[in-house]
Design a protein around this ligand. Structure first.
Ligand code: ATP
Ligand code: MG
Length: 768
């Protein structure tokens, strides 16, 4: 027997060894579904299936990368590079690059993230003279997203009586028109939003039989993890792609379906057996992840849901410790409890920081944990939240890069046409926009003829200079890689200089972020391509990769020893020795919105099931009597889910309440005097500043340079020198390359930062 089959149980083996025909694995958490999927791919390849013929769809890009790595290990070869493996969005984006022309899009189409898309919607609402307080961009975006995920185009949207009556009821009868205008505007901009990547993929396969046949032939084996969270569009695409070979393997757990608000439907699991003849169904019943206590609690909690597929799940693991239920007075006390408990566990049970995760219902809850972890000097990483790529300075930089790749795109053009200021005024920009709408041309096309727009003198020549500059970057695209172009952009647009001139604390942070961006682009150009097909280090390829990072992907320091903080949604599929399930309060978890229907409430309970089943050894469930929400102190009852945990597995710990005595001495609200006695929270402005700094979500720095930092002359640096970097601390120069303008040093940093390439022109580096 092959080595990789040896550790599997009989059911797992059965699933792995099933080669041809549809296969469905529905099983509870931690039963090895993902492991089976990975091993099955290795097995297929071992049996002679070409990696090029295998398509595997995962929930995050990171999961895909891990799978590839494991498969490579199992097989002992690098063949896994040739697998088509990734999220639905990244795989379809890749296919779309090759096929978008057929749908009238440029092959270098831009991918809009949620923010970009809302920006376009905001413009349209404004153009239509509607009130954006009523026609809220975020609301409209969700509505359009739902339509696309159900494969409803603007025409069908406007004709569907159910949809139109719903819009009429919410007094937003023009939503259909906005959707229509939005679709047209995106098309004109040569842009697709996330949902388009699915929707257009479907349109492509349905309208171009030759394209469909090509991919049906290519993907002889299709495997999908987390199938319970697929939506209608994904379901239909898979059905089309798999229709010839029917070698589709889906893996999922209906009890973990948590994305129905994005149009995912459990129905896809239920229907699988009707869609194909001879579906092999495998049940996995042994949980390998959690202690008996944790698993029993999970089973009991989920049993309260009426709608579910019957499953049983057992484990031969130890009984383990009881679940600790913690009540605290305030949310800040809750944060403190978690930091204290981590410190204690590390001392007593030799856990590392990376063994802990804090899981909350909404991103806004992260603040109190960040604050207390910082105070206790425990390094942490916030996963998701305001991601690096959403920061203004990064978006500005990326807007240039995206415009260079695709000039059709107006959103990016508008963002940077006068940033840094170059004398193209608001009125001029409005004129260009209006003319573009009038002639149904792109703004870029209109920019070629400023005098036709009635813009003269200094304004006209500013426009001309801008156009020449962008065109010169375009020329670079042909020969330069992503980094070379990005570097030139920073230098010649004045963008980096602008940030450099701002000497405030925030300005320095922005400058460093841009430096970080450039570092990451450099890294991208130097890392071998995982996709294996082409070594594409172009700017376009870089932009696509970063736009498709999911929340759970924004955390590329897997090996760093840090506590993770994330929402439950981002934690799907992951496991940790120690889990803190926090904020178990009515109106928060379950959320206030979910209390009106059984379906919504059951989805919240599934979320709780997901939290519990992330834990291997220890689980804490915490709630606070009161917390600040939306600027007000609110009193909360414990979540109804807490009552569903059987008493026999519970150990109550109201340590958190001991903070009560402490805070009462301080008077005022329960959280006004922190444990270490500094009065930091008392001063509102300081508190605000602290929050701002925390939003940056960096792990606690190991090294803090003191006093003013004065950088030394880059040309004075030599290999072997000990240097100090403002952010990464002390290190040694390993190599130096490049001339005076683009001198780059490879530096081995201490304090766990590892090796980094630093551009000396931008870095603040001091010889020590
Ligand atoms: P989830 O529903 O949370 O996605 P899952 O069903 O995908 O969970 P996996 O993540 O594949 O479960 O496996 C859970 C844990 O159990 C992993 O650490 C995995 O390595 C381990 N595991 C799975 N099968 C076995 C086995 N046969 N022997 C030992 N360990 C196993
Ligand atoms: Mg899994």
């Amino acid at each position: 027997m092959q080595e990789y089959l040896k550790g599997l149980n009989d059911q797992q083996k059965e699933a792995v060894e099933h080669i041809n025909g549809p296969l469905m694995i529905v099983a509870g958490a931690g039963s090895g579904k993902t492991k089976v999927l990975t091993t099955r791919i290795a097995h297929l390849m071992n049996r002679g299936v070409d990696a090029f013929n295998i398509l595997a769809l995962t929930f995050t890009n990171k999961a895909a990368a891990e799978m590839k790595e494991r498969i490579e290990k199992i097989l002992g070869s690098s063949e896994a590079r040739n697998l088509y493996i990734g999220t639905f969005h990244s795989v379809f984006a890749k296919i779309m690059r090759a096929e978008a022309n057929k749908l009238g899009y440029p092959s270098n189409f831009t991918i809009y993230d949620t923010d970009d898309a809302k920006g376009v919607i905001r413009d349209i609402v404004k153009d239509m003279n509607l009130d954006d307080k009523h026609y809220k961009p975020a609301f409209i975006y969700n509505r359009i997203s739902a339509a696309k995920n159900s494969l409803i185009d603007p025409v069908r949207y406007k004709l569907d009586p159910h949809i139109t009556s719903e819009d009429a009821k919410s007094s937003r009868p023009l939503l259909g028109d906005i959707y229509d205008a939005y679709a047209k505007r995106c098309f004109r901009n040569g842009a697709m939003d996330f949902d388009d990547l699915l929707f257009k993929m479907y349109v492509l396969l349905v309208n171009f039989p030759d394209v469909l046949a090509k991919y049906q032939h290519r993907f002889k084996y299709i495997l999908i993890d987390e199938y319970q969270d697929t939506n209608e569009a994904q379901y239909q695409i898979i059905k089309l792609l798999g229709a010839v070979h029917e070698n589709i393997c889906v893996v999922g757990d209906d009890a973990q379906s948590i994305y129905s608000f994005r149009g995912a439907t459990v129905k896809n699991i239920l229907q699988f057996q009707d869609d194909y003849d001879d579906v092999k169904v495998v049940k996995l019943e042994q949980n390998y992840r959690s202690t008996q206590s944790i698993l029993n609690v999970a089973n009991k909690v989920i049993a309260n849901n009426k709608n579910q597929i019957e499953k049983s799940l057992w484990t031969s693991n130890d009984l383990g410790e009881k679940i600790t239920l913690v009540r605290t007075l305030t949310d800040n006390d809750e944060g403190r409890f978690v930091a204290d408990a981590i410190t204690e566990q590390k001392l007593r049970n030799h856990y590392h920081n990376k063994d802990f995760v804090v899981l909350y219902r909404t991103n806004a809850q992260s603040r109190s944990f960040e604050e207390s972890l910082r105070r206790m000097n425990i390094p942490y990483r916030l996963v998701g939240g305001v991601s690096f790529y959403q920061r203004k300075e990064i978006k500005d930089y990326l807007a240039y890069l995206r415009l260079i790749v695709n000039q059709q795109d107006e959103e990016n053009l508008k963002r940077i046409i006068n940033y840094p200021a170059r004398g193209i005024g608001k009125t001029s920009i409005e004129r260009i926009q209006i003319a573009a709408n009038q002639y149904d041309k792109t703004m870029w096309e209109m920019l070629q003829f400023p005098d036709m727009l009635g813009i003269k003198g200094a304004g006209a020549s500013a426009i001309e200079n801008f156009v020449v500059m962008i065109k010169s970057f375009q020329v670079m695209l042909e020969k330069g890689n992503a980094y070379e172009v990005a570097f030139a952009v920073g230098k010649h647009t004045g963008l980096v200089q602008e940030l450099y001139n701002d000497k405030s604390v925030e300005g320095l942070a922005r400058y460093e972020n841009v430096q970080e961006l450039l570092n990451s682009i450099k890294e991208f150009t130097e890392t071998p391509d995982e996709e294996g097909e082409l070594l594409d280090k172009s700017l376009g390829s870089y932009l696509q990769q970063i736009t498709l990072l999911t929340d759970a992907d924004n955390n590329n320091d897997e090996d760093q020893d840090v506590v993770k903080l994330m929402t439950i949604h981002a934690a799907k599929g992951l496991e940790f020795p120690c889990v803190f399930a926090v904020g178990l309060e009515e109106n928060l978890f379950p959320s206030a919105m979910s209390m009106y229907s059984r379906e919504d409430l059951e989805e919240e309970r599934r979320l709780f099931y997901v939290v519990i089943t992330r834990a291997k050894s220890r689980l804490w469930v915490t709630y606070a009597n009161s917390r600040y929400r939306f600027g007000q102190l609110v009193q909360n009852d414990p979540s109804r889910f807490v009552d569903e945990i059987p008493e026999e597995y519970l150990e109550r710990n109201f340590t958190g309440a001991s903070h009560k005595a402490q805070s009462q001495i301080g008077g005022g609200f329960g959280n006004s005097i922190p444990k270490n006695g500094n009065a930091f929270e008392k001063t509102p402005s300081l508190k605000k500043l602290a929050e701002k700094i925390q939003q940056k979500s960096a792990p606690v720095p190991q090294h803090k340079p003191s006093g003013d930092f004065i950088a030394d002359d880059p040309m004075a640096m030599e290999v072997g020198m000990e240097v100090e970097h403002q952010k990464f601390g002390f290190g040694k120069i390993l190599t130096l390359e490049g001339g005076a303008n683009n001198r780059i040093a490879a530096i081995e940093f201490k304090d766990g930062h590892g090796q980094k390439k630093i551009m000396l022109n931008y870095a603040k580096l001091r010889i020590v």
